[in-house]
Design a protein around this ligand. Structure first.
Ligand SMILES: Cc1cc2nc3c(=O)[nH]c(=O)nc-3n(C[C@H](O)[C@H](O)[C@H](O)COP(=O)(O)OP(=O)(O)OC[C@H]3O[C@@H](n4cnc5c(N)ncnc54)[C@H](O)[C@@H]3O)c2cc1C
Length: 381
């Protein structure tokens, strides 16, 4: 039976960065996905890497770490994933929210992040497509954007060139742990043994852990994106409604009604991505046209030029959401053989670098300063 130091399940952004950091740390790794590369939520999202939507705390610190890891990955492997430090504008149409936006920018500046409330005369220099009567705009020049699928592809290509085996289109069906190793059974491929398992399986992680007696509260939070036709509308920054930050924190899994707030970003191909929604409807990934219409109504408020353009398609993905809004990263079992990295909700790309580094640091025994906050065992007490 083939044997590995670590088997990573999932080739989304969490699995990709985890595999990269584990290989860099010297582990012999096998990477498996039941579909093609990045076939889960990482294929059905935006690609924003944002500090502007965080408040000081664990996610804030992880994002700062992640920026460093993203930069390092690009420096080492090249930029084949449309990685762009383009900056983000947070906007409000409500003059009463101006002070809150100003306070948010000042709080970030006090924590060493470049952020400011723009003077009215500077708004259209930074972001010409914003509504001329926008009440206030904050500017975060270091926020980034990436094409997440391309990032997963480039990491896979790099690791395969280093001899790492990728087994695609094979599904992990059963995990059989013992005190000394883990045996894994798959749908089609041979059984393998490993010292440690890394489940980077997004919203599907609870289903894999349930037979082992672990009830991981990671819920799918559906989100939709409308793709707008190519045009001359020049969206330079990632534009978000300042209210977007509040929406993320309003978690009520018992309420299936969709919530939306505007987020608009241009892409290298010339299309514009308009998002997004949040909704608890189980594993349903169908595109709901009424929700796309809600999204477009929101986005047209901030970017009126969108009204003249056509939506050419929509897609939906499932954010892995935890009750406390923090990811789950680390071992679930007392023997530290079965690790998970999920629960990043709408910021999995932004946190991916830090996630991979934390997984490697935990497995090498170095530990990580944010590990306690992300410890899966907080849900098993
Ligand atoms: C509409 C929307 C917009 C978003 N925008 C952003 C954004 O701008 N910035 C940001 O940072 N985040 C964003 N997110 C969130 C981000 O997409 C997720 O947090 C991230 O993609 C999660 O990545 P992952 O690798 O953990 O999971 P996934 O990408 O879901 O990967 C899990 C992988 O595991 C595989 N798998 C599952 N079960 C098995 C099994 N039994 N055997 C083998 N393989 C298995 C799946 O096939 C899949 O490839 C958005 C999400 C949505 C829905």
């Amino acid at each position: 039976m083939a044997s590995y130091d670590v088997v990573v399940i999932g080739t989304g952004i969490s699995g990709s960065f985890t595999a990269l950091h584990l290989v860099d740390a010297g582990f012999k790794v096998l990477v498996v996905d039941r579909n093609g590369l990045a076939a889960g939520t990482s294929r059905a999202s935006d690609g924003n890497l944002l500090i502007s939507d965080k408040s000081p705390g664990v996610l804030f610190d992880m994002t700062i770490d992640s920026f460093v890891h993203w930069d390092a990955m690009i420096a080492a492997l090249g930029n084949h994933c449309e990685y762009d430090i383009k900056g983000a504008t947070l906007a409000t149409m409500d003059p009463k929210r101006r002070d809150k936006l100003d306070a948010h920018a000042k709080e970030h500046a006090a924590h060493g992040v470049r952020a400011e409330l723009l003077k009215p005369e500077d708004v259209h220099r930074i972001e010409p497509v914003l509504h001329p009567e926008v009440a206030a705009v904050g500017w975060w020049p270091d926020d980034r954007q990436v094409q997440p699928m391309l990032a997963c592809y480039q990491i896979a290509k790099h690791l395969q060139a280093r001899g790492v085996e990728y087994r695609l289109y094979d599904e992990l069906l059963a995990i059989e742990p013992s005190a000394t190793s883990v045996r894994l059974r798959f749908a089609t491929g041979p059984t393998v043994a490993c010292d440690r398992l890394a489940l980077c399986t997004g919203v599907w992680t609870p289903m894999l852990l349930k037979p082992l007696g672990y009830d991981l509260p990671v819920l799918p939070r559906k989100g939709q994106i409308a793709v707008i036709e190519r045009s001359t509308l020049d969206v330079r920054t990632k534009i978000a409604d300042f209210a977007y930050n509040d929406l993320v924190e309003e978690i009520d899994p018992d309420d299936p009604r969709p919530q939306t707030a505007a987020i608009v970003e241009g892409t290298h191909s010339g299309t514009i991505l308009c998002g997004s929604s949040r909704q608890f409807v189980g594993l349903d990934r169908t595109v709901d046209m009424d929700v796309l219409a809600m999204i477009m109504r929101d986005c047209c408020v901030f970017v009126p030029g969108l009204k003249d353009l056509r939506v050419i398609r929509g897609y939906a993905g499932l954010r892995p959401c935890t009750p406390d809004g923090l990811p789950v990263i680390g071992p679930v079992d007392d023997h530290a053989r079965i690790y998970v990295a999920t629960g990043h909700e709408g910021t999995g790309h932004g946190l991916a670098g830090a996630t991979g580094a934390m997984m490697a640091d935990l497995m090498t025994g170095k530990g990580h300063r944010l590990a306690t906050a992300c410890d899966p065992k907080r849900f098993f007490k």
